[in-house]
Design a protein around this ligand. Sequence first.
Ligand SMILES: [Ca+2]
Ligand SMILES: [Ca+2]
Ligand SMILES: [Ca+2]
Length: 308
Amino acid sequence: MQTGVLVGLIVLAGCDLVYGLHGRTESPSDAVGVDARVFPTMGDVQPGTCWSPTAMPLDEDSDTIADGCDNCPALANADQSDGDRDGVGDVCDPNPSYAVDEIVFFASMRTGSDLLEWTRRGGDWSFGVGLDGTECLRQTGSDPGVALALAMPAAIVGPTIEVQIRAVAPTNGTDADYSSGIRAMTGALADNPDGFGCDNFVLAGPDQLQLHRTAGGKQDEIVTASQPVGTASPYNLRLSTFPIVDGELRPPRCTSFKGTPADVSAPEPTTIELDVPVVPIEARVSMRTFALKADFRSLVIYGSRVGF
Ligand SMILES: [Ca+2]
Ligand SMILES: [Ca+2]
Ligand SMILES: [Ca+2]
């Protein structure tokens, strides 16, 4: 995707404040730190509408719908069902009952050029043939104990990040702390800015999914108990910064499930929620590894049409 197109999409994501035909009018009753908001429950995106203004002829999920016209480009959904008509298919919609979501970025990782404009914060990021025999984004850096990140150039409002990751090998041999994951960064581009991260810790015992918060350029303590998710490589990882539940904004949430996107019919989800204040967020998205080589596939970023 070209820079101008991406920036344009992001601008649209942040400025479309009047989207939606039918909204809830009641205020959240028990949310802490959440202002009264109106979230539309029905949009007006017509079936078959292409979300990308540029042609994306590949079909990542092999459901016969080309990526740029697929309302879930990384998950097979030939019927394109979209109950709230916001343009994001039911099976991948971060908020399927509220017409607030949109696809703002997708990279199949098969073309080798999808992420060339992103900023590299260490690591050896390159496109190549991964362990599954297909093209992917590979982080093969050998820096021990260093977060190796690739960050997108501009911020998105209320991002949900979804990616398929396959951990490959540790790079420091003995450290038990190997991880790969995604992050919504609310600070300036730095090695470890403020924001929320969702990592899967692997190769040192049972895989664990952890949602953590960073602040002041330093990673805080893990703010939720980790949960084992079994052997999960490859696994799909999703970080929703502000999911909407029963009409209220909820804290960030990590979800992970095993298998390829085509296996989503039988996911094994693990959901973790944080008891942290819900605040407006406009964040950059990054992918990262820590002392770990990994293959990344099928990056989807959803933005919010709701003005925070
Ligand atoms: Ca498709
Ligand atoms: Ca699809
Ligand atoms: Ca939808």
